[in-house]
Structures are given as structure tokens and as C-alpha cells.
Design a protein. Sequence first.
Length: 370
Amino acid sequence: MVFKFVFSSLVLYIFCLSVQAQISFVDAVHKQGIPALNVYHKNGTLIGFTDKDGIFNFLEGAKESIPKPWEVVVQHVSYERASFTLLENQKTQILELIPRTNTIAEIVVDRKHRDVVVLRGYYRALETFNLQHKYYSDGIIVYYIPLTKGKMKYQLIDYRVYRDSSVVRDYDKKMSGFFQIQRVPSLSTKGLRERLEKLNFREESNTGITKILKNDVEVGNIRPSSDGETMQYFRDGVLPDSIRHTKIFRLEAKIKNAVNLETFVKRPLAASSPADLQNIYQNVVGSIKRKNEYGHIPYEGLAEFYVMERSFLTAEEYKKIEKQLERNIYKTPMKSQFKRKFWEDLKAHQIPDVSEALGLHLGTKLKLIE
């Protein structure tokens, strides 16, 4: 009897600790958890992300390697940037973020001319290796998305490329230069309903959130914005509480998260189109191994895209320029190429600046490649 009491008390104590230590980020208006939130230490190190419920998770090894107190800067495509101090104690922290807006005026075009949607906007991409920034790029990009048939293509207009040479050398030593993550976001040519046709849905009447289910397990959701003007689609390509193992030749990868988060003009799901896209965030978190002596090493990739202008082309107009466009999203710009300081125009389009934490490394550890 005493043993059962002690055992039960121990289980309850451990459970309480796990609950009490939980840190979550919620929308300041509707109080729902915020998924896919980037969390940086004030020194610029990317230390973790939030899951589908807005619960914060440290990257592997980050909790032990960053100095305390954990003063952090958080950034999300749909919320205002904010700073917090994360507490390492037994109190639950619920931290609120204020929604931001980025509404693009709708262009009305005769439907027969809507063969290809053209989305011009700003992108940025960050790659980290062993918790250190390896590569950063941003710029102006134009996507061409056929609405009937064909593959997405794009054209880079102006862009900057930054690299940390010491991290690149360490990466090449341990990975032999093998495996490079995508450099620009990948946009789908399909509407949301078509993309999710093999999945099930369950709508919550009290929140307006539609949960996306795979084999009765929640893998994402679609939720309306606080102002009702947009909707946000969230999907993790890795099932909850699991790891996706991949092996390519001698490279082994353990993918813990493969997140896609997109904001669209709010429409019925069946009527949604790539033309309604407002912004997109893509994030891969995991570890990679090529040489046994180094084991698995943390590896992350982030990519964002914010629509600045939206227009359309006819099939005939698109055919004239298609051969000039790029299709391979893994193609890496080797050096910067820009005629104007495009990064100074972001506020005019309601696009958040690069986080102050990451900004500390641009021009210092991360050198501009010209």
C-alpha cells in the first residue's frame, strides 16, 4: 500500500512538473495557441519553435547552450514582433502576441484571362547548422503559378546573400558539402481543398477552427484571423510525437518538424486559390549525419514569402516569358545581386523587418557575399 502511494505521488509530481514548465504563445484577441512561431535568444541564436498548439519547444541542445536568463525575441508572419523573458521555474507561462495585418488589394480580372497568377513579393531564407547561422538570403522574387496545368516557376529580381564562413567550413568538414536545403519557398499550384483531398476535417463551432486529420490524428488546422479577413492554413508533414527518417546515399536525416503555414484571403475552402495567398512560412527542423564520428547534428531551414503585388497573365503572355524563368527551388544564389536597397521598402508593404536578433549577425558573423 505504501509502495502504491509513493509510486502514485511520484507520477503525479512528474506530471505536475511537465505541465507547470510549459510555455505557450497565444493570440491576444481570440486566445488560441500560435503555431510556427520562431523564437530567438537576444544574442541572435535561433533556439526553438512552437507546435500546432502554440506550445514552445527548444531545439535540441539549445536549452543547455544559451545563457540565462532566457531573454528572447519572437517572430511570426501574422503577428507583431515581441520580446519576453522565459522563466525556468514551475510556473506555466502564457505569452500573448498582437495580430498584424498585410492585406493586398484584390485585382478583378475577367476569368478567361486568369491563366497564370503572378505574385511579386519579398522572400527570406535562413539555414542553421549545429545551432549556428550558416546561410541567410533575402530579396524580391516573382512567382508564376499556372492555375490550370503546369509547374510553378520564379524569377529572382534583387537579392542579398550572407554566409558565415566558419560554419560553412565546419559543415563541409562534417557533411562533405552534401545536402543543401531549399533557398526560396515552394508555392503550390493547387487550391487548398485539392491539396487536402485525402485528409479529413473537423470544425470546432466555438472557435471557428477547422482541424485537419490524418487517420484521426490532427496534423494541422485552418483558422480565421481575428478580423475575419484572412484564414491561416497550418500543416506539419511529420506526424505528432514522431520522427521521419530519411536516408540518401550516406546521409541520414531525422526530420522532427516539416511545417507549412500559409495565410490566404478568407474564402470557402472549395474556392481557395493560389491567387489568394498573402504570405507563407516553411520550416524544417531535424538533424543530419554523414560521418559516424560526428553523429547527428542539429539542422534547420526557414523560408518566408510576403506578397507585395498580385496580377495575372494569359496563357499566351506566359508562354513568351516561360523559358526565362527558373523552376528549381534548390538552386543557390552564390552571391548578392541588387540594384536598390529593397529591404528599406518593407514597412511600406507591412512586412516585418528581419528580427533584431538575426540582424545582430548580418554584416558581422554573417558576411555579405558580393
